[in-house]
Design a protein around this ligand. Sequence first.
Ligand code: FAD
Length: 448
Amino acid sequence: MNKKLVVIGGDAAGMSAASKVRREKPGWEIVVFEKSPHTSYAACGIPYYIADQVKQSESLIARTPETFIKDYQIQAKVNHEVLQIDPENRRILVKNLKSEATFWETYDELLIATGAAPILPDLPGIDATGVFSLSTLQSGIEARAYIDLNIPKKAVIVGGGYIGVEMAEALLDRDMHVTLVDRSSQLMRTLDPDMAILLADYMAENGIMLYMDESLTKIPTDGKGKVRQVETNKRKLEADVVIIGIGITPRSDLAKTAGLKLGDSGAILVNRHMRTSVNHIWAAGDCATSYHILREEETFRALGTIANKQGLVAGSNICGEKIEFPGIVGTAITKFLDMEIARTGLSESEAKEMNLEYDTSAIKSSNVASYYPGSAPIHVKLLARKDNKRIIGGQIVGFKGSAKRIDTIAAAIMGKLTTFDLAFMDLSYAPPFSGVWDPVQIAARRLL
Ligand code: FAD
């Protein structure tokens, strides 16, 4: 029997699911509602677009609504916001943001893929002209247009997570004097302090003014509502442009109002098939929970890697294939200029929080054979359980070719490998790529 799938949110998770359903069910009607003007865009590319490393915003769009209808017969309706879900009557209330008209759309199966929203503190000046937070492609286009037009000289970034770090590079590239403020004492709190400090030092060496342990209190504006300064609890900073990257929260309001269960994080609670607590409603991506394999619980982790996989799993199950999302271990990667940063599994603070007994090793080696041109430092940190010696965490900070080595550690964690397994894994070697013992294996040997 042919059915009608309706998707809320036209990016990574939503369109992965819609495309999968289309491949398997050529006769189904598929309608996607997306409130921004774009579908299937790479939010991850926004910092590189603002930096002008990527020249055109169109380059960040994988498929437009026109492509979806022409090649996939998926109706992707942009500038349409979903206002309400009525599970009892299997219908949603939609608003056409151009015409302001509202209408009810029925569904047989509904996928919620509304993503996550940036957290914005309720402070004076937070909505001033020149203050940006990044989420959709549209938000990136607006930030870049402002920078192109106003050519700001002084930038303040609030928040030292991966978006703050990537934007620091982007704004340096745009010839700005960049200051980063964070209320915590370390950058990238998903790393341990001994690894995060390597990044902080490198950012400071490269001209980023870092003010840690400082909280944003106010964004003073000029008479026309344009940002002029950033005030923290300790100082006043001149600012022509401000980026707020202090965290995100799952967009789960629609689901909550419709009576769907949420996880502790506020994300929509899903099972491993991406089913929600209400029949015929599924959720995937940043708005949904992700099962954490090491923590053995549903967590909120907003990453494109997870959204794409969950979208595929949701789509597969919607059309009757039984696929389980295996879960995550928290693998993430980024860079600042030439420095690469990556992490997977548990940090020391997470392991402590779980009352796990663990051993740890931290080594410094070189990214390629030490005598080979371009040799540069790589730092690897590993965590393994004391009882069964299984690898449970890894962090890498280093130069060219360093960070993607995190995938070996992630594979070791997901494969439940021990320190011995990792130390003696048959990895590749030639001088332009690593020493004969890969730095990850040197760290594993140190643990042994
Ligand atoms: P989203 O991509 O957020 O899409 C949800 C869509 O739903 C949005 O387009 C939104 O407009 C729409 N929507 C929301 N509510 C409604 C509604 N009521 N009605 C209609 N439409 C609605 N991840 C990585 O893995 N690696 C990276 O390097 C990386 N870099 C990033 C850099 C930046 C600057 C940002 C912002 C994110 C980055 N991410 C990265 C995260 C990644 O982009 C997200 O995890 C991913 O896009 C999530 O996909 P999603 O489909 O769940 O949600």
